[in-house]
Each structure stands twice: as structure tokens, then as C-alpha cells.
Design a protein around this ligand. Structure first.
Ligand code: SAH
Length: 402
């Protein structure tokens, strides 16, 4: 028997608008003692079935998977992955239509109606990241569905959930291969992918997130188009996606800064892999803010600021906004006249309006004349469910500083 969740009176309104979460405050009673990760059916206070999803103790009690239950149909997972794949095909991200880009996000949580699940595709290798107990426990169904979706083109599936799945102590898996094909076993140890014709090494085992930050694909391409002859400072560079795009685009000089030596090592490999000369590039394993503060005025005419999420929770939002303000104010102060700043926030709790106002304050402190050239966001293989606007997490501004 599938456990049942009954909502308080009137609390089904957001579900009727397809919002994908049920908060604990909306729950009147539970039947059948659901455990973390179990599939549950959700009923209104009048006893009408409304949706099914993954149960989890905590402020988000149910993450909705379908409104067409009760329960999940047998073909739920393959249907959900096919739907996600169809969108990536529509975006010309799949190999047949785009041999220049062989990596994309196949599933982006709520944006693909699969809350708690991220699947990144790296030219035959899929990295799974579960952010909920239910997705973590569904790894067998997800593996089967991926095998069915990609067939013999599937080389391996790696589960990178050890740090993202909740209650990890009680869950049996994490940071392991769920599947390896013979071809993968016998292949080269270095698996490379293409992004807009540039070659990268996604380090899913040791690297950050699932290996690469695929959400910046289009923004890196844009920077590459503006880089010719420029001196770029790429702060929080990770494995150097922006640096490589700029070097390819003809940048005169690129300085890349990250506090992680592993990230910088990957960046050096990326320079070689792309046949670029290291003469125009210098890397620094250090704190980005300190580096920026000690850099002379006018040394750069392009600056990228792509820090990690400064705020992971609403309580930390104001502190995060202050940190964005300080960082950006120094960048405004240092950039050469006529320079361009690409500035980002990937904190989900910081809205695009909050972010724009913060950058506005930073510009005012610097006393420079600043113009907004573009507003950027995550690449479209990280779609936003219109009923879940919180999913729009990456905010970026391209600013011209006179
Ligand atoms: N722009 C990158 C992604 C950046 S992710 C890309 O396109 O791939 C954020 C990076 O900031 C991580 O690599 C992390 O190691 C680095 N980082 C975090 N805190 C830092 C600090 N104080 N100084 C320098 N780098 C930092």
C-alpha cells in the first residue's frame, strides 16, 4: 500500500497550479507511516487524489513527481527522461544536431518535473546527483531508464550524491559507478567532452558539482566573442571555462584565480587540450577577493566574477548581498576605462532584483559610470518550471564601465 498524505483544508491551491513542493505546514495527517524517500499519494482534505511524489521529513515534505497517479506508472522514469531528452534535442544540444557540444544537463530538477534530481550528460557518461532521499533511493530505476534512453551509446553512470543526498549516513550509496560499459572500462582514463568546439575534462570523481559548470555555456561563448585583444581577469575560475573561451577568442592576456589547486591543475590541462599557448595565460591559486584588492587599477579590461553561492539559505541572504557588493565594488574600482565586467550570482535565495540592486550599490560606491549591456541567466538545458520561479538561480549582468 502506498502511504497517503492528507492536506489541510485549502492547502491544495498551489498544487493545482502545479507547484512541485508540499511544505510540512500544509500536511494535516499521514497514513501508512511513510519513510524518507518513499513514494506517497497526496489527497485534499476532502479525500480527492491530487498528486504523487517523494516523501521526506523536513520543511519540504513531498516533492511532486506526477499529477496523474495514484502511484507512479511502470514507465514513469523512462517517460520522464524521454521528455527531458526531447527538450535537449529541441535545443540542438544532442550529438546528431550539434557535434560542437557533446555535453548538456539532461535533467534539471524541478525544471524537468523531477524535483531533487540532476543528470549531467558528458559524451556518453551520465553523472547523477540526488538532492533528495527519494531520488537517491531511485537509482536503480534511473539507471534502467538511462540504459533504455541511450542504448549502446551509454558508457557509464556515476552517482555523485555522497555530499548532496540528505541523511547520507543512512543511505547506502554515493560517489560510485552505477554502471560501466566494456567500452568505458577499456577506454582512455581521460574522458573529454566538447563545449562550443572547446575541449574539457569533466572530473566527476574529484571535481566540483558533477565535474563541469554547464550552466555557463552560453555566457562563456559570449565572453569569448568579446575577448579579442583584451586583458581578462577570471576570478573563481574553477577549471577555466571562461579563460579557455577568452584565449580562443584572442585575448591578449588571461589571469585565472581559484582557491582550489585541483581546479587550477585541470585548467592547465584544458589549455594543452585546446592547443592554446600558455604564454598569454597565468594562474593563481589564492583567494579571489585578496587577489582583486591587490591588483593595480586599469590592469584588466575584462573581469569575470563567478563566485560560489554566497547564500545557501534565506537567513544568510543579507550577508551574501554584502559580500557581492564588496567584491563588485572593488572590480568597478580596478577595471580599465571602457572595460566590461561579467558578474554573477548563483545563490538561489538571491533574486535577480536583489542582485541588480546590490550591483547598483557597488557601482555607486565606485563613482564610475556603468551601463548594463546584457542580463544573463543559466543555459536553457537548466530550464525553469514556470510554476517554480525559484528555479532561476543563475543571475548575471554584463556591465560596461566608462
Ligand atoms: N566560473 C567557473 C565556475 C566557478 S564555481 C566555470 O565557469 O567553470 C566557483 C569557484 O570558486 C570554485 O572553483 C571554487 O573553488 C572557487 N572559490 C571558492 N571560494 C573562493 C575564494 N575565496 N577565492 C577563490 N576561489 C574560490
Amino acid at each position: 500500500m502506498i502511504p497517503k498524505i492528507f492536506l489541510k483544508k485549502g492547502r491544495e491551491a498551489s498544487l493545482r497550479r502545479f507547484h512541485p513542493w508540499i511544505f510540512s505546514g500544509a500536511v494535516a495527517k499521514k497514513e501508512g507511516s511513510p519513510t524518507d524517500g518513499a513514494v506517497v499519494d497526496v489527497y485534499t482534505s476532502c479525500g480527492t487524489y491530487i498528486a504523487s511524489g517523494h516523501y521526506q521529513e523536513g520543511s519540504i515534505t513531498v516533492r511532486i513527481l506526477t499529477f496523474e497517479g495514484p502511484g507512479l506508472p511502470n514507465d514513469f522514469w523512462i517517460t520522464a527522461l524521454r521528455r527531458a531528452y526531447t527538450l535537449r534535442e529541441r535545443l540542438s544540444l544532442c550529438y546528431q544536431s550539434n557535434p560542437q557540444t557533446t555535453t548538456y544537463r539532461l535533467v534539471h530538477g524541478e525544471g524537468d518535473h523531477l524535483p531533487g534530481l540532476v543528470l549531467d550528460y558528458y559524451q556518453g557518461v551520465v553523472v547523477v546527483q540526488a538532492h533528495s532521499a527519494g531520488m537517491f533511493l531511485a537509482h536503480e530505476q534511473i539507471t534502467e531508464a538511462l540504459q533504455s534512453l541511450y542504448g549502446s551509446a551509454l558508457l557509464a553512470i556515476y552517482d555523485k550524491s555522497a555530499t548532496t543526498a540528505p541523511h547520507k549516513a543512512n543511505l547506502p550509496l554515493g560517489d560510485v559507478y552505477l554502471y560501466k560499459s566494456d567500452a568505458f572500462e577499456s577506454a582512455q582514463p581521460h574522458h573529454t567532452v566538447l563545449e562550443n568546439g572547446l575541449r574539457f575534462l569533466p572530473d566527476w570523481e574529484q571535481g566540483q558539482k558533477t565535474g563541469l559548470f554547464l550552466d555557463q555555456r552560453e555566457n562563456r561563448e559570449l565572453l569569448g566573442q568579446m575577448a579579442n585583444g583584451s586583458r581578462l581577469l577570471n576570478l573563481f575560475c574553477y577549471s577555466g571555462g571562461f579563460s579557455i573561451a577568452a584565449l580562443k577568442g584572442g585575448a591578449a592576456l588571461v589571469h585565472s584565480v581559484d582557491s582550489s589547486q585541483r581546479a587550477i591543475d585541470l585548467l592547465h590541462k584544458h589549455i594543452v587540450l585546446n592547443g592554446l599557448s600558455g604564454d598569454r595565460h597565468q594562474s593563481y591559486t589564492t583567494d579571489a577577493f585578496d587577489f582583486l584588492k591587490s591588483s593595480p587599477k586599469g590592469a584588466y579590461d575584462l573581469i569575470v566574477l563567478d563566485p560560489p553561492a554566497f547564500a545557501k539559505h534565506t537567513d544568510a541572504k543579507n550577508t551574501a548581498l554584502q559580500a557581492y557588493k564588496r567584491l563588485n565594488a572593488v572590480a568597478f574600482d580596478r577595471i580599465a576605462p571602457g572595460g566590461v565586467i561579467f558578474t554573477f550570482s548563483c545563490s538561489q535565495v538571491v533574486s535577480s532584483n536583489d542582485f541588480a540592486l546590490t550591483i547598483f550599490s557597488a557601482a555607486a560606491i565606485s563613482g564610475r559610470r556603468v551601463k548594463i549591456l546584457r542580463r544573463l541567466t543559466q543555459a536553457p538545458d537548466h530550464p525553469v518550471n514556470i510554476y517554480h520561479p525559484e528555479g532561476e538561480y543563475l543571475k548575471g549582468l554584463v556591465l560596461y564601465v566608462e
